[in-house]
Design a protein around this ligand. Structure first.
Ligand code: SAM
Length: 187
């Protein structure tokens, strides 16, 4: 008799991101895009070093409209989040080992901290990382590297409203359709 058990969904790690070397006032758009990509592709939080309260508020307002529990957490000392993820730190760098080689090991972890840099990353980060991971071996962008890693690790989120959302997109071939939801947390 065939088993009626539903196939188990593969477990996926809970992912946090640490953004190093944010320059408030100089690259607010880049770091905002990094936070939005982290949220949209399934990370739980972004530790921001150095902190930027305005940016955190802007991202919180997106999360109030579109749902979920993503948050930007101030990280005045970047060593603290790294210490809080022993044996689970993924540092994204073009100098690292290829993502495809490390992916099976990363998928087995229950939680991960993904570290992305800005202009200059302290050498200590390369030493303290559990894995230095390259998304291709050409220089590109922290947003691109993070998005590819999260997609490979967690898959793409499907359509549909996120918990607590005030609105959700209705996928359509042309134009823009947005559903307003009752009970959402308004921005
Ligand atoms: N020389 C830097 C490096 O080590 O990758 C490039 C600096 S880039 C402006 C800023 C950040 O983007 C890097 O700290 C890294 O996190 C990410 N990044 C850029 N290219 C990458 C690649 N090919 N693989 C993984 N991460 C990359």
């Amino acid at each position: 008799m065939p088993s009626r058990r539903r196939p188990r969904r593969p477990r996926r790690p809970a992912v946090s991101v640490l953004r190093l070397g944010h320059r408030a006032g100089r690259d607010p758009r880049l770091t905002t895009h990094l936070a939005l990509a982290a949220r949209a592709f399934g990370a739980e939080r972004l530790y921001l070093n150095p902190p930027d309260a305005e940016l955190a508020q802007r991202v919180a307002s997106v999360a109030r409209s579109w749902g979920g529990t993503f948050e930007v957490v101030p990280a005045p000392n970047w060593r603290e989040p790294i210490s809080a993820f022993p044996e689970a730190v993924v540092h994204l760098t073009m100098y690292g080992e290829p993502l495809a080689r490390l992916l099976p090991r990363l998928r087995r972890r229950s939680r991960l901290l993904v570290v992305v840099g800005g202009a200059k990353v302290p050498g200590e980060v390369y030493e303290r990382a559990t894995w230095n991971v390259a998304v291709g071996h050409q220089p590109h962008s922290e947003v691109a590297a993070l998005a590819v890693l999260l997609e490979r690790l967690l898959g793409l989120p499907g359509p549909g409203a996120w918990r607590g959302a005030a609105r959700a997109i209705v996928p359509t071939a042309r134009g823009k359709r947005v559903r307003t939801l009752s009970g959402g947390r308004r921005a």
